[in-house]
Write a protein that binds this ligand. Structure first.
Ligand SMILES: [Zn+2]
Length: 389
C-alpha cells in the first residue's frame, strides 16, 4: 500500500488539517488519518504544502458535443464515430482538470455508453461516466437532434424501456424547451405532469433515476410534482427575464430534490439568453441557496464556446466571486453533494475510506487561494496518476 501525505485536505464537506491518505492496491481509499507512522508495509510519499481533495463531479455535461455555437449543425454533419472521438478527447480534458466523474445528460445514440464502457476497462483513461443517452423530448423539441423524440406517452414508455435495455445510468427528460435548439423556448413546458410521472414511474421500476431539464417555472413544477430525482438548470427563465417565485423555491427546499445548477463560463461572450439575464440569474441562485435548496454545482459543458469540458473549475471560482458562495461550500456542491445527488455518494465525492481513490492535489492552501484549482499538481483516478505523460 502507499500513502499520500498532505499539509491540508478538503474532505468533500470541509477543510481539515494535515492528513495521510492511504490507498489500497485496488485503487480505493483505505484510510484517511492525521499524520502518523504507518509501518514498513506502507510507502509514504510526502507531497509537501498542498491541499488534497476528492476528484470533482460534474453532474451535467455533453461529452460528445464540440462546444461550437451550432450543436444542431455539429450533429447533422458528423457520424457517431466522430462524436465518440470527440467525447473521448473531451473526457480526457475533464479528467486532467481533476474532474473524475462526469454525468453525460444528452448524447446521440449509444455514443456516451460506448465511451463509458471503454473507460471502464481502463479507468485511468477517463472520468467515471454516468450516461443518459438521448434525452426524451417532444417532436422538434429541445435537443430533438439527439434522437429522443417522443410524440405521446406510449412512445415515452417505449423509449424508457429501450434506454434501460441499452444500459443507461439515468433517464433524461426535457420538461421545458431550451436555449440551444432553434425554435425551442426555455420558458415553455414540454410534456404534462402525467406524462412526466409516467416516465418517472417507468424509470424507477427499472432502478433508474430521472434527470429533468427545466428552465421555466411551469416545467419546474411539473418535474417536481412528477418526483424526478434531479432538476437541471432550474433558472426560472421567462420570455423577458427571470421569474421571482419564493413559494416554488420554498417547495423545492422542502422536497429536497437536488437542483443541478449549470454554471461556469470562459471569459468572453456568454450564451445570449444567459448574458441578458445574468444579474437576475445570480440573484435567483442566491435566493435558492439561502432558502436551503439542495443545489449542486455543474456546467452543461459542451453546449457552446464558453463551456469547454473543464469549465467546472471556473464554476467554483465564479460561484465564489459572483454569488458569494464560500469556496468550501462551492467545492462541496461539486464533490459530496453532487455525488449524493447522483446516488454515488458511497463511491465518489468524499475523501473517506472505501471510496474510489479519485483524487486531486493542488498547491498550497486551497481555502486561501481557490485559483490553485486551475492548475492541479496531481490527478489520480482509481489510484493511478493521470497527468504523467
Ligand atoms: Zn444540458
Amino acid at each position: 500500500m502507499r500513502a499520500l501525505r498532505a499539509s491540508q485536505a478538503f474532505d468533500g464537506e470541509r477543510f481539515i488539517g494535515p492528513v495521510d491518505v492511504v490507498l489500497d492496491h485496488e485503487g480505493r481509499i483505505a484510510e484517511v488519518s492525521p499524520w502518523r507512522e504507518h509501518g514498513s508495509a506502507v510507502d509514504l510519499e510526502d507531497l509537501g504544502d498542498v491541499t488534497i481533495l476528492p476528484g470533482l463531479v460534474d453532474a451535467h455535461q455533453h461529452l460528445s458535443w464540440d462546444c461550437s455555437p451550432d450543436p444542431l449543425g455539429w450533429h447533422a454533419s458528423n457520424d457517431d464515430a466522430t462524436l465518440l472521438d470527440t467525447a473521448r478527447a473531451n473526457a480526457r480534458r475533464a479528467l486532467t482538470a481533476g474532474i473524475t466523474t462526469v454525468r453525460d445528460l444528452g448524447s446521440r445514440g449509444s455514443v456516451a455508453l460506448g465511451l463509458r464502457d471503454g473507460i471502464a476497462t481502463d479507468p485511468s483513461s477517463g472520468p467515471r461516466i454516468l450516461a443518459s443517452g438521448p434525452a426524451l423530448t417532444t417532436p422538434g423539441g429541445h435537443c430533438h437532434f439527439l434522437g429522443g423524440e417522443c410524440a405521446d406517452r406510449d412512445e415515452l414508455l417505449a423509449a424508457v424501456t429501450r434506454l434501460a435495455e441499452a444500459g443507461v445510468d439515468v433517464i433524461k427528460v426535457m420538461a421545458t424547451g431550451g436555449n440551444v435548439t432553434p425554435g425551442s423556448l426555455p420558458h415553455e413546458a414540454q410534456f404534462g405532469p402525467a406524462d412526466l410521472r409516467a416516465v418517472v414511474d417507468a424509470a424507477h421500476a427499472r432502478g433508474l433515476p430521472v434527470a429533468a431539464h427545466a428552465h421555466g417555472t411551469g416545467g419546474v413544477v411539473n418535474a417536481l410534482d412528477a418526483g424526478v430525482d434531479t432538476i437541471e438548470h432550474c433558472t426560472f427563465m421567462t420570455a423577458e427575464g427571470v421569474a421571482q417565485d419564493q413559494a416554488l423555491i420554498d417547495r423545492l427546499a422542502a422536497y429536497g430534490t437536488p437542483v443541478v445548477l449549470t454554471a461556469g463560463s470562459l471569459p468572453g461572450p456568454m450564451l445570449p439568453a444567459l448574458a441578458a439575464r445574468l444579474p437576475a440569474l445570480l440573484a435567483h441562485i442566491r435566493v435558492m441557496l439561502d432558502a436551503g435548496v439542495r443545489c449542486v454545482l455543474a456546467t452543461d459543458a459542451g453546449i457552446g464556446p464558453p463551456k469547454p469540458h473543464d469549465v467546472l473549475v471556473l464554476a467554483v471560482l465564479q460561484a465564489y466571486e459572483m454569488v458569494g458562495v464560500p469556496v468550501e461550500q462551492a467545492l462541496a456542491m461539486c464533490t459530496s453533494r453532487a455525488a449524493d445527488a447522483l446516488e454515488i455518494g458511497d463511491e465518489a465525492g468524499r475523501l473517506a475510506a472505501g471510496r474510489a481513490a479519485d483524487l486531486l492535489v493542488v498547491a498550497g492552501r486551497l481555502d486561501l487561494d481557490a485559483r490553485a484549482l486551475g492548475t492541479p499538481l496531481r490527478v489520480l483516478r482509481r489510484g493511478v496518476d493521470v497527468l504523467e505523460a
